[in-house]
Design a protein around this ligand. Structure first.
Ligand code: URA
Length: 229
């Protein structure tokens, strides 16, 4: 099965990419997941929101952010004044990674994708970004941040800042993080595209202080909204 479509034309079209991604076997996650969950939203979206990977409900329904984390995201976007119709949502990894409870059971427990899985899936994310050419990319959580800026990226340190998104050709190369850093300091080439990292919406659901955690997410998204006006 082709990992990425060889036909360059298919890369110019989200539907063609989506169809090709359905057969992806670029890492072992396709074996246990129900289906590839490709991105969703307007082709004209100026903001692309990148999550980690589909959750249980997303895996079943084939759509990103339609479960509990998606509801938090929808609320946060609304509060930040960003219309869901203006954004395209996708994930760094497009198959659900999970384990079963010890001792057996039907429940599927989310597992964080590893670097190999992130790396294997990254061409799909980059292909989406090439087609969409957004003004701002929002990394929701550490996995998305690392997928775009390298494994040394720490969302806790740089959340809520409008950073330059490195040239897509550099993402995934050893220099991506350095390039982002240099551009942030006013050196190097600025592609004009902004990257904003924030927490993952599911962190709100796990937080002791949900209200404050949610408010922090909204605050960060408001910064992303500035890059849209
Ligand atoms: N969490 C994610 O990161 N992505 C989804 O699509 C759903 C939950």
């Amino acid at each position: 099965t082709p990992y990425l479509p060889d036909d360059p034309e298919s890369r110019e079209d989200l539907d063609a990419l989506r169809r090709a991604s359905a057969g992806c076997q670029g890492c072992p996650l396709y074996k246990d997941a129900t289906q590839t969950v490709f991105g969703s939203g307007s082709e004209h979206a100026r903001a692309v929101l990148v999550g980690e990977q589909p959750g249980d409900q997303e895996d079943r329904r084939g759509e990103p952010f339609v479960g509990p984390a998606g509801r938090v995201l929808d609320e946060a976007l609304a509060e930040a004044g960003i219309e869901r119709g203006d954004v395209y949502v996708t994930n760094a990894v497009k198959h659900f990674k999970f384990r079963r409870p010890e001792g057996g059971g039907k429940r599927r427990i989310h597992e964080t994708p590893n670097i190999g899985e992130m790396r294997a899936c990254r061409p799909w994310l980059l292909a989406e970004l090439r087609v969409l050419e957004p003004d701002v990319v929002v990394a929701l959580g550490a996995t998305a941040g690392k997928a775009l800026l390298g494994s040394s990226f720490r969302v806790t340190k740089q959340r809520g800042e409008l950073l330059p998104l490195p040239d897509l050709d550099l993402i995934g190369t050893p220099s991506a993080a350095r390039v982002a850093d240099e551009t942030a300091r006013g050196r190097g080439e600025d592609t004009g595209v902004r990257l904003l990292a924030t927490i993952h919406p599911s962190a709100v659901l796990r937080a002791d202080d949900r209200e404050a955690t949610f408010a922090g997410l909204v605050e960060d998204l408001r910064v992303a909204a500035i890059a849209l006006v």
